[in-house]
Design a protein around this ligand. Structure first.
Ligand code: NAP
Length: 267
């Protein structure tokens, strides 16, 4: 499915984006990594080139929150590498803290990157996918897009917004030959979580880690398997799948589980 395809990956210099790039290179894809920090991008390219043909890896420094810069970058990528067949929206940021004290600028930054960044990139890639007669857009959302999480007011709001966007894009783009995938992982090992660990609240840790912290490899494996099976919603990890099902079918039971986990953490 990915052999010879051009996959553009936002957030491709780190964490899930970089790990997906490695797995896609193994499957014969060409990848373009997008992120802001040019040094981190160059380091990621060098690391990935250790296991794959460096000629199949391109990098582009761009802030996905900047709509004009995104338009420009996608044009430049198409001119340099060719049109995209697949877009993976993995770029994201996270802050934990009580909803009333998390600074408003942080709410805006999280919305700008985790929601509007995805929107900008999806709109910029659309003409390229359509010109090729179809393609795929993969959104890396989160379990925090499916339920409330202590300390994640801004992050949950942005990921819930992304879930709504993805549901709508799926309906609108299917007749045009473009498949949309919504990936909702629980917490997994990554630089984002390493940073979170330096300041996160006990309540947040207790709640989030109830589902377990996944190594990144199964997240990538299950994501690619879900895409290959044309699944829209891809929840990675058995515990997360059970929690997502419980939240959908028995939302009150799911909330009382969370309340109990929280009161245990406070004891
Ligand atoms: N880690 C988890 O436990 C977890 C769980 C569920 C969902 N997720 C989601 O999975 C995705 C990847 O997370 P991760 O843990 O792999 O994160 P990560 O290791 O921190 O990587 C984030 C990537 O996004 C890029 N990025 C951030 N802001 C950007 C911007 N404005 N423009 C362009 N690129 C930007 C970063 O590079 P620069 O800083 O250089 O721009 C980096 O490449 C995120 O959407 C996250 O919300 C993560």
């Amino acid at each position: 499915m990915f052999d010879g395809k051009h996959v553009v990956i936002t957030g491709g210099s780190s964490g899930a984006g970089k790990a997906l790039a490695a797995a896609l290179l193994e499957r014969g894809a060409r990848v373009t990594l997008i992120a802001r920090n040019a040094d981190k991008l160059a380091a990621a390219r060098q690391e990935l080139a250790g296991a794959a043909d460096a000629g199949r890896i391109d990098i582009e420094s761009c802030d996905v929150a900047d709509a004009e810069a995104v338009e420009r970058s996608f044009g430049e990528i198409a001119a340099r590498v060719g049109p995209a067949d697949v877009l993976v929206n993995s770029a994201g940021i996270l802050s934990e803290g009580p909803f009333e004290s998390l600074p408003l600028e942080r709410y805006r930054a999280i919305m700008d990157i985790n929601f509007f960044g995805v929107l900008h990139c999806s709109r910029a890639v659309l003409p390229q996918l359509e010109a090729q007669g179809g393609g795929r857009i993969v959104h890396i959302a989160s379990m925090a897009g499916l339920m409330g999480v202590y300390g994640y007011a801004a992050y949950c709001a942005a990921k819930h917004a992304l879930v709504g966007l993805a549901e709508t894009m799926r309906i609108e783009l299917a007749p045009r030959g473009i498949r949309v995938h919504l990936v909702c992982p629980p917490e997994f090992e990554s630089p984002m979580v390493d940073e979170l660990e330096t300041y996160r609240s006990a309540e947040n840790r207790a709640l989030v880690t109830t589902l377990g912290v996944m190594p990144i490899e199964p997240v990538v494996r299950e994501t690619l398997r879900g895409i290959e099976r044309n699944r829209f919603m891809i929840v990675t990890g058995r515990n997360a799948r059970a929690a997502a099902r419980l939240a959908r079918i028995f939302p009150e039971t799911s909330r009382s589980f969370m309340d109990r986990a929280l009161s245990r953490a406070r004891r």
